[in-house]
Design a protein around this ligand. Sequence first.
Ligand code: AMP
Length: 577
Amino acid sequence: MSNVIGIDLGTTHSLCAVFREDGPVLIPNLHGGFLTPSVVGMLESGEIVVGSAAKELRVTHPERTASCFKRYMGSDRTISLGKNTLRPYELSSLVLKSLVSDAEKFLGTSVLEAVITVPAYFNEHQRQATKVAGELAGLRVKRIINEPTAAALVYGFHARDQERQLCVIDLGGGTFDVTVMEVFEGTLEIRATAGESMLGGEDFTDRIVSAVLQNEKLALEVAELKHPLRVARLRDECEQAKRKLSNEEVVRIRLPDLDGTIPENPKEFRVDRKAFADLSEALMQRISTPIDRALRDARLSPQEIDDVLLVGGATRMQLLRDHVASYFGKPPIMEFNPDEVVALGAAIQAALIENDTAVNDMVMTDVCPFTLGIEIAKEFGGQTTAGYFHPILHRNSTIPISREEVFVTVSPNQHQVEVRVFQGDARKVVDNIALGSLLVKDIAPGPAGQPIYIRFTYDLNGLLEVEAYSTGGTKHRTVLTNHVHGLNEDQIKDAIDRLQALKIYPRENLEYQKLARFCERMLGEINREERKQLDRALDYFEDAIASSNKEECERAEEILKAVLAELGIEYFENDDE
Ligand code: AMP
């Protein structure tokens, strides 16, 4: 049995699984749950915490926490964490390291290899940044696979003998993907994929936050700059409200004070399902477009889809479920937990790579989700105009795929050509996403029209290699893998140094930290008398943690939990609840 783990590296939480004899199983984290918040925090001491403890810290110390960094994977953006400035892939590597530690404890052996999932609509830069994050966490990334494909593998694993058309709707914290596929005799054939990498559950939360602030004539961005503590607490309130709206008709949001605490008689903002639907109207409209496109590319109508599978925590929204049910004319299937199915599928993919006998009757084919091509010049009325996009690999082509096309030079004795690579479907390159470029330097002298051969190869990890050469010239190659905005060996070394310089809080005390940070958050939500009581018990607990005396810690923990119970504050040991 292999120990290659499957990892779902999510915007709001991450989890991992491994393939055992009877199928994939989830790996618990040190809090006993499966979901580890994708949040990195820095304690007052400067030590780094990952997961639940960091998530608690986010409300009281937003300046010392980083979350939702998956949204910026593959970009040049840096994120500050206290005095440190980190890149999204560095922060992700800390989350991955935490998952690996849990997996090693669970398996009783070291974990060196993994399959990591990404949204189908992640572009080359984003995929490569994910791979780098894995490597920085000490993992050999055996494959990067698309999240909906992973979910479909779980479905296919359980429905191997059936013949069905499936549509996977995947709305995570920050991304939205739709995948249409066919399952027959153990074969899973992805037929089309579409999506948006900037649309997710967090946008729905932001809509509620904005509406509350708008009531006070404040724009979210301005409020965030002026009163970060207030917005952090408000976002937490709105997030809870959004989740409650999945089961309840009406919710109330308490308006925090400027210092980020909830006053004794807070102003309240009432939101019912109808109001939430109105606030989310524009976002819901954006949901339909990729579904239309994926079905069109797969040449299927909504009625021809046998099953709709929901993936990603945000598909718990009733609003989304109603929308999907009315679009397809049938309710989605509820067999699988939308938070867990992607990690389970990644573990099945790991088993497929390792040729595990339990899956040797399964075959899967995937597609390239975007059109990829180069910039060319066109001739109009004798005049050459650059800036036009020429597709080489069309979206939804089955992968792996390799295609070569021949282009020509535009001027006499042209000795070099810059091959600029783009992703998208627009006619002009300015409207597409620039992925990188490659210089073909040694073109032999001659009239315009010298051939330049350009080959695009898209592999199973969704990574693109571009090769270009002129007749008799050298082959120039760029793997857009090595291209994460210039991440060369020095930069990787730099990232390793930066990560090594971080002081990581000892994992054995993380449960205590989670409880302490939770209480710190609750201090801002209770009245003065209650606050005094909780504050005292928390001081005692912090003192015990600092003493590193296990018995004392346990005693203080017991007292603290008793105080919480007395105040009627519910504390969850893990983030699955
Ligand atoms: P991810 O971790 O990327 O799968 O996405 C988690 C997203 O799901 C976040 O935006 C959450 O707010 C959202 N989410 C989780 N549970 C619920 C729920 N019960 N109702 C609505 N949204 C939820």
